[in-house]
Design a protein around this ligand. Structure first.
Ligand code: SF4
Length: 84
């Protein structure tokens, strides 16, 4: 994986920071189909963390199979890729 692909991007909004590591993404589109107001692969940037509420974002990211997507919520929940 290149350094650029391994770099984790962050998209912040009140209550949550969404993280995305492009090199892990398997393009399963669970996120785009699950919450298109936030995850729009035609838009740049493709993640809009203000597009839905924190709970909807968390439950959608929890279904990302590759752990490309993660989050940190204001109330202390986190999702990060398991260490390899
Ligand atoms: S759900 Fe995860 S693996 Fe699938 S397209 Fe979204 S970020 Fe990529």
């Amino acid at each position: 994986m290149s350094e650029e692909q391994a770099r984790i991007r962050e998209y912040g909004a009140p209550g949550i920071v969404i993280t995305w590591e492009p090199g892990r993404c398997q393009h399963s589109t669970n996120c785009v189909r699950g919450l298109p107001q936030v995850f729009d692969n035609q838009a740049r940037p493709w993640i809009d963390p203000t597009g839905a509420g924190v709970e909807d974002i968390v439950s959608t990211i929890d279904r990302c199979p590759s752990f490309a997507l993660g989050y940190r919520t204001e109330d202390g929940r986190t999702r990060t890729a398991p260490s390899e």
